[in-house]
Design a binder for this molecule. Sequence first.
Ligand code: AQP
Length: 327
Amino acid sequence: MRILSGIQPTGDKHLGNYSGGFRQYAATQERGEAFFCVVDLHSITAAYEPEALRRSTLNLAAMLFATGLDPARSTVFVQSHVKAHAEAAWLLSAVASFGQLGRMTQFKDKGDGKDFVPAGLFTYPVLMAGDILLYQADIVPIGDDQRQHLELARDIAQSFNSRFGETFKVPEGVYPTVGARIMDLQEPTRKMSTTSGTTQGTVRLVDEPDAVRKKFKTAVTDSGREIRRGDDKPGITNLIDILSIATGATPEQIEARYADGAGYGQFKADVGEAVVALLTPIRERYLELRADEGELKRLLRAGAEQAAATVEPTIRAVYDRMGFVAP
Ligand code: AQP
């Protein structure tokens, strides 16, 4: 079984990325031949600084290994090092329609009200479809916010196959059963996010323990006193999900444990401590890996070589079936 997922080097990654991304990558790498890429080409679809992109790309690679990816088991690489990704984005734009792309909610959310909306923000899902389809991936571990883009990748695979002949596998998305959408601690009705979240409500994986504790202490809760999940309790529901991710206990077990009337203050402190316990070893491994840039770059070069060899037959088949003359 082939597994593929990508993650953007946009700033510091957070607990939502851990839940929908990193944690699932480490778990799914056990299930087959796994490829994980730092999707740097995606990061230029929002305002960015070139130097910050370079730094974030290496930071993110270190974080992928720190959260459990094993270079002996998984191929970890940088998207722009494998030229076929950019080529696939252009080629697949022949079978993705303007109408399909215009329906993407992330494009609407990120583009609305902006003076300058880069064309890349609109075409981004085609690049993402190429990332996935080039690897003939069976499964794609992602968070809930990427569900619509994954559906589009499946539609693009089917359109291409029916127009040019069977070429791509149609992949399945894999979403976490708990924590598919971690919410902002200050505004629990919107997702935790690097680009649009609040500073105090976004728990970064590299935050110092005391900063993490403070973010949970000041997390917004709901009316009432009960520690249970529900549509009327977005703050507490989110905290229960986070505690579940940090400790491995199910949300039901957590609700049962707090059914004796513990207050919100104690509960928030407990979630904070559990997250500190989860993140401390990750942060230590991350700092060690990040300190050896030479080794990090060596791992990424080896990953890119492996990835380029893997996609070669598929990109060649795409050119051929679309009618391009071989060089
Ligand atoms: N809040 C979240 N809860 C669960 N999963 C999440 N993911 C992102 N936010 C949450 C998942 O993390 C993986 C990598 O994400 P990414 O960095 O490629 O995507 P992103 O959506 O750009 O992440 P951000 O930081 O939240 O930025 P914005 O708001 O700008 O989009 C993906 O699998 C994603 O589902």
